[in-house]
Design a protein. Structure first.
Length: 123
């Protein structure tokens, strides 16, 4: 950001201008995807929430515990379907916060395990 004279404005002016821009309204997706990501493997994790229909980011939560996700689901009602990984913590959070929501577990992981068991049984 440069002024008409070619001199950069003071840092506080730039910050004040950025902070004056209103943030977009957070909409609660009907279909929510929940998964975790390691920022530092074994030490720091976050839970990523995405709108499965739109692919847009619905939130990033510190940690990957049931309490964190449950609090977010309670604060933002309206989720009808939750697509989550196989984590028991996310399943518990969904059961407690949105008992009427349909839960879709980690389909690919479950399918791979079932296929592996079937192959092992016939080997």
């Amino acid at each position: 950001m440069r002024s008409a004279l070619g001199v950069p404005p003071p840092r506080h002016t730039s910050l004040r201008t950025l902070l004056a821009i209103p943030l977009p309204e957070v909409t609660v997706p009907r279909v929510l995807g929940v998964d975790d990501v390691a920022l530092r493997r074994g030490q720091v994790y976050v839970s990523i929430l995405t709108g499965a229909g739109t692919g847009g980011r619905a939130g990033v939560l510190p940690g990957r515990t049931a309490d964190v996700v449950e609090a977010r689901l309670r604060d933002h009602p309206g989720v009808q379907i939750i697509c989550r990984d196989g984590s028991g913590a996310y399943a518990e959070a969904a059961r407690r916060a949105v008992p009427g929501a349909v839960q879709a577990g980690d389909l690919w992981h479950g399918l791979a395990e079932a296929a592996q068991k079937e192959v092992a049984a016939h080997a």
